[in-house]
Design a protein around this ligand. Sequence first.
Ligand SMILES: [Zn+2]
Length: 136
Amino acid sequence: MSDAGQLQLLRQAAVAAREHAYAPYSHFRVGAALRATDGTIFPGCNVENSSYPAGICAERGAIAAAVAAGYRTFSHVVIVTDAEHPTPPCGICRQVLVEFSSQLEIISVTTAGAETIWSLSDLLPSPFTPQSLPHL
Ligand SMILES: [Zn+2]
């Protein structure tokens, strides 16, 4: 994605999704915007739960929305938090993301303007994928 305008749209979608984050326990609000390879954008936010393990991260919320809409290949995800440093996806989200797009580019930004870019293959160098299952 070389188009700066597309990146700006992704950032805006992630910022808007973060506004809807449900984080009454951690107060750590996260927004995500996942870009399908055709350019369609799927937002996500973290949704916590009083039964703490039932909560879901913003990235997985975005993946679930995209898959429900029929999308399975993605090029970028933007993550927004108000942390001091850009936040990488957690281990569970890395695993869920690699199921669909091992070459995903992850752009993490803070509300203060810091930015870090990773490739998913850098964050999860030896992934367990569908090809790891012996019957496939
Ligand atoms: Zn996560």
